[in-house]
Design a protein around this ligand. Structure first.
Ligand code: NAD
Length: 468
């Protein structure tokens, strides 16, 4: 059992002032892995003070110096890649093949941003001699969710460093082991003192304190829409810059000419990726009425082919949910779907047979109506809602009938038609004939509607000033 009893502030591993502890549970087998001592507001205040102090010098560093730091961060993470993978598998039950991809993506964000920085115009001179200066904004707050914790942290701190900002980071409290390894990487990379400061802690206490603090110039938050609203509301009081990457309830339209042998397995992959705990999950599936029976048969058949559990098996696709609260939350949504009259095609209430950990039964609901709770709210677990449509326009209307707009998916043989439909889905990312998601590089990452306020990268961390 490990005890993580230090945090990384001002270039040192220090004992936090906070004394509360949180036990870390392996969601796959329910073994206790260890515990983490949580920070309190005093720790957060200290981290902000150090970041503010460090900003005075870091904001004046050269592009070359920052480029070297980004390279060292990449190198340090590369050395610890296996340990980061192991921590993510153990701490949140993420299957190994998906974990590897996320770790690679995390470390690559440093190099991607470095090459963007090298081409970036931090100062522009106009024809009449006036200038546009793009200066580092100040101390940034980075708040991350537990799913892909270190990927989000790296994606947030890389552009901050490139811009010359310092950072106070509040990772998810459920990812302490992953965070600890990451802090060791920061130390190994010889980050200047106070440039990145990490405080483990409870969101409502420490996260909220950081987000409201007067010395935080920018909040880069990834998490639920509910918390995003709270952050946005508080930021408004100080007209603070916010970048929000929030929840989703993404639609997947199978057109009537789609190749069902690929479209149906793909639909399950994008719905149940990361065990359904993915912001991009295609959790609402729209199928042509005329193909409903056939697609249902194929969904059942395809689900049987998906490997669940044995997290180190390369074929494993679905693991457990992160914790008991998340397991219970998913159960309550399944119960609500049943109560509201949706039909269970497969799955249902309870734990998946033969598993000890937080494994719900992957569940597919049919006869889902747009006003049902399971159709409207993000469940964040392996629950897929199937709807039927009569024509293309109805499919698009149903797909867009949501407060969210993170992603969308379309399958169809006629590519022109598929593109036409994709362009009508109002979401940040729309994929055609794909069973995976994610773009090349880290930016732009843009959620529409209540899925967030987009990320453009280095620009976000800069104050533009016009000198005439
Ligand atoms: P969450 O909103 O509960 O927590 C996210 C982070 O915010 C955690 O570090 C938490 O401690 C902190 N927090 C909680 N309350 C806070 C407050 N009042 N003030 C400041 N910080 C606070 O989300 P979660 O359960 O950790 O993650 C799942 C959610 O994240 C899902 O809704 C998912 O869709 C979303 N997500 C979105 C993206 C994206 O790119 N759009 C990516 C991953 C996850």
């Amino acid at each position: 059992m490990i005890h993580i009893d230090t945090v990384y502030i001002n270039g040192e591993f220090v004992k936090p002032h906070g004394t509360k502890t949180l036990t870390l549970i392996n969601p796959d087998n329910l073994d206790a892995i260890g515990k983490v001592t949580l920070c309190d507001k005093k720790d957060a205040a200290y981290a902000i003070k150090c970041a503010k102090e460090a900003f005075k010098t870091f904001s004046k560093t050269s592009i070359q110096e920052r480029g070297e730091i980004l390279q060292r961060l990449y190198d340090a993470m590369s050395k610890r890649e296996d340990e980061l993978n192991a921590a993510a598998v153990q701490e949140y039950g993420s299957p190994i093949s998906a974990t590897r991809g996320r770790t690679r993506f995390a470390k690559n964000s440093f190099l991607t941003v470095r090459s963007q920085m090298n081409k970036f115009n931090f100062e522009q001179t106009l024809e009449d001699g006036s200038k546009i200066l793009k200066a580092p904004l100040g101390v940034a707050a980075a708040i991350s969710p537990w799913n892909a914790n270190y990927t989000h942290i790296c994606q947030k701190i890389a552009p901050a460093i490139a811009a010359g900002c310092t950072v106070v980071c509040k990772p998810s409290e459920y990812s302490a082991k992953q965070t600890q390894i990451l802090c060791e990487c920061f130390h190994e990379a010889r980050l200047p003192k106070g440039v990145v400061n990490i405080v483990n802690g409870i969101g409502e206490e420490v996260g909220s304190y950081i987000a409201k603090h007067k010395d935080i110039a920018l909040i880069n938050f990834t998490g639920s829409t509910k918390v995003g609203r709270e952050i946005s509301k508080n930021a408004a009081k100080m007209i603070k810059r916010t970048i929000l990457e929030l929840g989703g309830k993404s639609p997947n339209i199978i057109l009537d000419d789609a190749n069902l042998d690929t479209a149906v397995p793909n639909a399950l992959k994008i719905a149940f990726s990361n065990s359904g705990q993915a912001c991009h999950a295609g959790s609402r599936l729209f199928v042509p009425e005329s193909k409903f029976e056939l697609i249902c048969e194929l969904l059942i058949k395809s689900l049987k082919e998906i490997k669940i559990g044995a997290l180190y098996d390369e074929q494993c696709y679905i693991g457990p949910l992160i914790n008991e609260a998340q397991f219970n939350r998913v159960q309550s949504y399944i119960a609500s779907g049943i109560k509201e009259g949706a039909k269970i095609l497969t799955g249902g209430l309870g734990r998946l047979e033969g598993f000890k950990g937080y494994y719900p039964k992957p569940t597919i609901f049919t006869y889902v109506k747009p006003n049902m709770k399971i159709a409207r709210e993000e469940i964040f677990g392996p629950v897929l809602c199937v709807f039927t449509y009569k024509n293309e326009q109805e499919a698009v209307n149903l797909a867009n009938d949501t407060i969210y707009g993170l992603a969308g998916y379309v399958s169809g043989k006629d590519l022109q038609r598929a593109k036409r439909v994709a362009e009508q889905i109002f979401a940040g990312w729309v994929y055609i004939n794909k069973g995976t998601y994610g773009g090349k590089g880290v930016i732009p990452h843009v959620g529409a509607k209540q899925s967030g306020i987009g990320i453009n990268g280095i620009d976000d961390y800069l104050q533009f000033r016009f000198i005439s």
